[in-house]
Every structure is written in structure tokens, then in C-alpha cells.
Design a protein around this ligand. Structure first.
Ligand code: FAD
Length: 405
């Protein structure tokens, strides 16, 4: 069986669905295919089931790419207010959390329903359970051979434009695959090496054991390295360190590097302990820290950072030793053994090299009428609704380009 459409979009996720109804609005016939049995699985999982669908303030600095200017054009064309207006039109109830993050009030299902509704109204066809077997460029665009995963029905699709919206590698159980990178490579594109992003850190040895013993504890910290710094909560877990501060920092971390955590960002701990020595010379370090940190954490830090002095009164500690301990509390430096990887990562860093893609239209500079949108590109957003912001903005730029043809 063979069919012909103006636009074929591979990937019925956030960017694919958004591109589909926007391209169809220009009168294009649009088909979206996906190998999964359901569209938008990641949307449903996002934001803890509430989908942090946008941030009120989206700027290029919220994105990581080898080519940082790439995002500018698309982000300026499609802005948070545009998506908020769409959400309002569909009467999706939402709430604003800290840092301008907008979440569904009830369920992420509302965002997926909105996108599917728009697709239905615009006449977009969606075929699920459909695997792509081959893509060939021809004079009329692209010939894409597909097979239905359940009934083996083979369909060849002829399309003038082909949009790759297959996302990154994060969470394979939600349909993630490296397919988009394969297609990009087929047409001569370079791939910026990929790695898991917005992902918790893991630790081994003594530090790992200590962290595990504190599972469930959350603390406002400043987490940083030489590339970035985030003042956000950190969470101790059975597997390592998580919470927004760690997820954000993971985007700027490579295997083998250290991270530093200021456990008491509002307190100069050297000064605090020196003052305590003068005011309460008979105190132990742990007693001096009691008003500032949870007891469990003080006990764990004691075993790690000042075990030799745990029973020494402050009066009997040299100022240099106090300075050393104070400095470590403000700059606890750790070397993660790794991250929890793609199994739980919210995003994939790296991807299709954006230097070979137009930032205005998302069209390949190497193959006419081939587009890459969303997370498959080497564009990764911060935590806070920025990854969906990129999915919407890149999809919009692409749809506009297709529509103008
Ligand atoms: P996706 O939405 O991943 O869609 C890709 C689609 O392509 C999928 O449907 C997949 O089945 C399909 N596909 C893959 N391979 C093939 C193939 N070979 N053939 C056919 N189809 C294929 N971002 C935010 O901004 N806010 C959040 O609250 C948020 N929460 C998240 C929570 C979790 C747990 C995760 C994993 C991610 C979260 N993200 C969040 C990130 C966000 O979901 C993604 O950045 C966004 O979905 C990317 O959109 P996309 O269209 O590029 O890819």
C-alpha cells in the first residue's frame, strides 16, 4: 500500500504533534507516525504527571548547545505567551510555581488532549505502532517505508517534507530511540555526542554510603562547578543526590569531574565557627551546627569531614582546623561516580549538530525539505519548562517554513 502526503512527521511526541497541527493550518496534508502504541507518552509523565508545559520567561541562556545562538530565532518567533494563549483557549487549568514554572492544575493529560484536539481539528492523521524501515530521498521529496508493528501491514509514504521529531534517548520505556540520529547520519549530519541530562548523580564508597543513610532529606543548597551554579533544593536518595539543584548541575557535568555544594549558602561558616569558638568555647562542632542543619546530616558529615575532632571542644581546635571545616561546609566537594543514566534522565544532551540546521526553519542545510525539531537536536533546556518551550518553538518554526512552501 502506498500513500502520499505533503508532510510526514516521524514522532508523535511534544514537538511532532505541535508541528503537525501548525503545518496543517497552512492547508498542508500532514501524517504523523510513531512506533509507540500511544502518542505523547513523555508528556503524560512530565512534571510528575502535571506537565511543566512552559516557563513564563524563556531566554537563550536557559539552553545548552554547542551552538548557543541557534535557539534565538525560534525562541523569538514563538514565545511563552503564545503557548499560554493556546492553553487558555482550551481552558486548561494551570498554576504557577516558583521561578515562573507553569504546571497543569489537574493533569498532564490536559496538554496531550489539547494537542490531539488541535491535530484532529486541523485534519492531521496519526498512525501509531508504525516502525520506519527505510527512508530514501527522491525527486518528489522522501519515500518512507513503514511496517505496522502488530499486523505487519507495509505502507510506503511519499512526502514532500520530512520532519524528524523522534526526541532523545531518555527513558527508552517511553519509546525513546536513537532513530533521529540514524536518519541525520544517513543524510550526512554530524551528531554531538549524547549523554543523560537532568539526571541524579550516583556515588560509590564512603560518600555513597553516607548519602544513602540520609535518603529522604532535602536541603536548600548552592550546587556549582566551574561552568554553572544553581541555588535550589537538593535531595538525598538511596541511589545518590537528586532534587532540582543536582538535576540542573548534571547538565553541566561530565564523567570524572567534581561538583561542589554549599550546604549553608546564607552563612559564612568559617566566621560562624570562629565566633562560636569565642562565645561557646566548650561546644563541640556538632553542637555549634545544631541550629543550622538537621541532626542526621550533622552526624553523617561529622563521620566524613571532622571525625578526628568529633569530641574536641572548639576552644581546643586550632583556628586553621576550624577554617578548614567551615570551608568544607560552604564548599563540600564531591566526585560523582556517574549518573542514573537514560533510564531516569529527563533529557538527552547532545544530538544533531545545529551548525548543519537552519535556526530559522529547522531545515537541514544538507538535505532540502528534511527538518529536525525538539530534543533530537543538540539543544537541551534547563529544568523548569524549558524543554517543552524548545519543543514548541522549534516545531513552530518548522511548521511555518513548511507552510510557506
Ligand atoms: P518526545 O516528546 O520524546 O517525542 C518523541 C516521539 O518519537 C515519541 O513519541 C517516540 O515514541 C517517538 N519515536 C522515537 N523513536 C521512534 C522511531 N524509531 N520511530 C517512530 N517514532 C519514534 N520538559 C519540560 O519542559 N517540562 C517538564 O515538566 C518535563 N518533564 C519531564 C519528565 C520526564 C520523566 C521526562 C522523561 C522528560 C520531561 N521533560 C520535561 C522533557 C520533555 O518531555 C522533552 O524534552 C520533550 O518531550 C521533547 O519533545 P520531542 O518531541 O523532541 O520528543
Amino acid at each position: 500500500m502506498s500513500i502520499s502526503v505533503d508532510t510526514l512527521i516521524i514522532g508523535a511526541g511534544a514537538s511532532g504533534l505541535f508541528c503537525a497541527f501548525n503545518a496543517a493550518a497552512y492547508g498542508k496534508s500532514v501524517l504523523v507516525i510513531d512506533h509507540a502504541n500511544k502518542a505523547g507518552k513523555k508528556i503524560l509523565m512530565s512534571g510528575g504527571g502535571r506537565c511543566n508545559f512552559i516557563n513564563r520567561q524563556v531566554e537563550p541562556r536557559h539552553f545548552i548547545s554547542q551552538n548557543p545562538h541557534f535557539v534565538k530565532s525560534a525562541l523569538s518567533k514563538y514565545q511563552p505567551e503564545d503557548f499560554i494563549a493556546l492553553v487558555d483557549r482550551h481552558q486548561v487549568a494551570y498554576q504557577e510555581r516558583e521561578y515562573g514554572q507553569l504546571f497543569c492544575k489537574h493533569s498532564a493529560k490536559d496538554i496531550l488532549a489539547m494537542l490531539l484536539n488541535e491535530c484532529r481539528t486541523a485534519g492531521v492523521q496519526i498512525r501509531l505502532d508504525t516502525a520506519v524501515e527505510r527512508i530514501c530521498a527522491n525527486d518528489a521529496g522522501f519515500m518512507v517505508s513503514t511496517k505496522h508493528k502488530r499486523n505487519d501491514l507495509a505502507i510506503t509514504i511519499q512526502a514532500s517534507s520530512l520532519v524528524i521529531a523522534t526526541g532523545g534517548l531518555s527513558i527508552p520505556t517511553l519509546g525513546a530511540s536513537g532513530f533521529g540520529y540514524q536518519v541525520a547520519t544517513q543524510f550526512g549530519h554530524q551528531i554531538i555526542p549524547t549523554r543523560a541530562g537532568l539526571v541524579p548523580f550516583t556515588f560509590t564508597d564512603k560518600t555513597g554510603e553516607m548519602i544513602k543513610s540520609l535518603a529522604g532529606l532535602s536541603l536548600d543548597v548552592v550546587a556549582y562547578n566551574d561552568k554553572a551554579s544553581f541555588a535550589l533544593p537538593m535531595l538525598f536518595t538511596h541511589r545518590g543526590l537528586s532534587g532540582p539543584a543536582m538535576l540542573q548541575l548534571s547538565n553541566y557535568w561530565q564523567l570524572g569531574e567534581h561538583i561542589t555544594i554549599d550546604l549553608l549558602p546564607h552563612q559564612d561558616m568559617i566566621q560562624y565557627l570562629l565566633d562560636a569558638k569565642r562565645a561557646h568555647p566548650k561546644q563541640l562542632i556538632r553542637t555549634a551546627l545544631t541550629p543550622l542543619l538537621p541532626k542526621k546530616l550533622i552526624t553523617a558529615l561529622e563521620a566524613l569531614l571532622w571525625q578526628a575532632y568529633q569530641d574536641t571542644e572548639l576552644a581546643n581546635l586550632k583556628d586553621d582546623i576550624i577554617r578548614h571545616i567551615g570551608a568544607q561546609l560552604n564548599a563540600w566537594t564531591l566526585k560523582p561516580s556517574g549518573t542514573e543514566g537514560y533510564r531516569v534522565a529527563e533529557v538527552t544532551l547532545g544530538g544533531v549538530d545545529t551548525r548543519e540546521v537552519s535556526g530559522k526553519t529547522m531545515e537541514s542545510r544538507l538535505q532540502p525539505n528534511l527538518y529536525f525539531i525538539g530534543e533530537v537536536l543538540d539543544v537541551t533546556g534547563w529544568l523548569g519548562g524549558y524543554n517543552f518551550a524548545w519543543a514548541w518553538a522549534s516545531a513552530y518554526a518548522c511548521a511555518e517554513s513548511i507552510g510557506m512552501r
